[in-house]
Design a protein around this ligand. Structure first.
Ligand code: SF4
Ligand code: SF4
Length: 375
């Protein structure tokens, strides 16, 4: 029997609402999974009953459905179409406004107080995705003020996966299924032997303080082992896998592989894969003026390397073919991202596979390119 982990505590299901209440009382805007229009998405939560209780999801390439479970699990599903980047790096953001004043104009900066978000139900792959976006938005010479101000105030409640989805491959990417860093509290949900409870680990002082406000007790060895079994179960259920050995060199070597033409014949360049991806960060800037010309605004919007405009430079797009755009996306994710940020740009969440309308599967594309070298 393993020694009892002093950091682990137990919160009973009946006390779960107290966790949300403690965060709301501390001024957090609590967001987490909820059901909307046939999908599990991230939105504001005010009560535990807002969670998709007793629901799960079925995912395959180009396929997503929710269905009822035969238990009342709070977190019995994997990741949906939303990722947490929609809160830290919003799809649409006004950067500033300008007002005409005489012959000139005055810039009106955005004054909004940053929101204190508490994310509930963050998966391990998503913690890795947030860490990747931290590097992108705060790790270089140019820090994104919106991202940083929200990130600095963020409280994260992670949930360890007890089941994996058909499009998950976090084990291949070393990003899950157990949350190992980047959380204030990490929960493992257990429904066993007629009991329903959470094994809780605090990762920060803020997490410990919130835990102190909630009814809890020290976890027993058996309860900790039950939590470990849940995560081990998820690790054995990965629906996909990707051989990442030498992947950067593999893709750089295969810039002219005929597979790019084959995948381009299926790809609609719809950009779904980049919009659902928790690490994709590209944006564009648009200026608008009102009809009087007295008022102008500058907006930042998510962009995608799959659009023609994305690589438009004085008179034409650099990547005018679907082939060059798909190759750019996948080679950036899995190869040049490593040169740029010292990590893969993929955390194995599987969203791009599920939400691709024609079911293009990044793991299959890597496999095809790898196997073509042996032909
Ligand atoms: S790979 Fe799929 S999701 Fe991505 S742009 Fe092509 S068709 Fe759309
Ligand atoms: S590339 Fe696909 S599997 Fe990888 S992180 Fe992005 S959406 Fe998830």
């Amino acid at each position: 029997m393993k020694p009892q982990n002093e950091k682990s505590a137990i919160i009973e299901r009946a006390d779960f609402q107290a966790l949300l209440d403690a965060l709301i009382d501390r001024g957090y805007r609590v967001v987490g999974p909820t059901l909307s229009e046939g999908a599990i998405v991230y939105d504001e939560l005010t009560a535990a009953s807002d969670l998709p209780i007793g629901w799960t999801d079925e995912q395959e390439a180009g396929f997503y459905r929710i269905k009822k479970r035969d238990d009342s699990s709070l977190f019995g599903y994997t990741v949906g179409p939303h990722s947490w980047k929609k809160f830290l790096h919003p799809p649409v953001l006004r950067l500033w406004q300008a007002r005409r004043e005489g012959n000139g104009f005055q810039i009106i900066a955005e004054q909004e107080e940053p929101q204190k978000f508490a994310f509930i139900g963050v998966r391990s792959c998503e913690l890795h995705a947030i860490a990747i976006q931290d590097k992108v938005f705060t790790g270089g010479n140019y820090v994104d003020p919106y991202y940083k101000s929200h990130r600095d105030r963020l409280f994260i409640v992670a949930i360890n996966c007890g089941e994996a989805g058909n499009t998950c491959f976090c084990v291949s990417m070393n990003t899950g299924p157990k949350a190992s860093f980047g959380f204030d509290l990490a929960l493992t949900e257990i429904l066993e032997d007629g009991r329903h409870y959470f094994v809780v680990e605090a990762g920060t002082e803020a997490g410990r303080e919130v835990l102190q406000e909630i009814e809890h007790r020290t976890a027993s060895d058996e309860e900790i082992e039950a939590a470990e079994r849940r995560v081990e179960n998820a690790a054995t259920q990965m629906g996909r896998n990707m051989d990442t050995s030498g992947i950067k060199e593999l893709l750089y070597r295969n810039h002219e592989n005929p597979r790019w033409t084959e995948v381009a014949s299926r790809c609609l360049t719809c950009a779904n894969c980049t919009l659902v991806c928790p690490t994709c960060f590209c944006s564009t800037v648009e200026d608008t003026t009102d009809l009087t010309g007295d008022h102008a605004e500058r907006w930042r919007k998510w962009d995608s390397c799959f659009t023609m405009d994305f690589s438009y430079i004085h008179g034409g797009s650099v990547r005018s073919s679907s082939k060059s755009r798909y190759r750019q996306w996948m080679t950036h994710k899995l190869a040049s991202w490593i040169d740029q940020f010292d990590s893969s740009g993929c955390v194995g969440c599987g969203r791009c596979i599920t939400w691709c309308p024609v079911g293009i599967d990044i793991t299959e594309e890597v496999r095809a390119i790898r196997e073509s070298e042996n032909e």
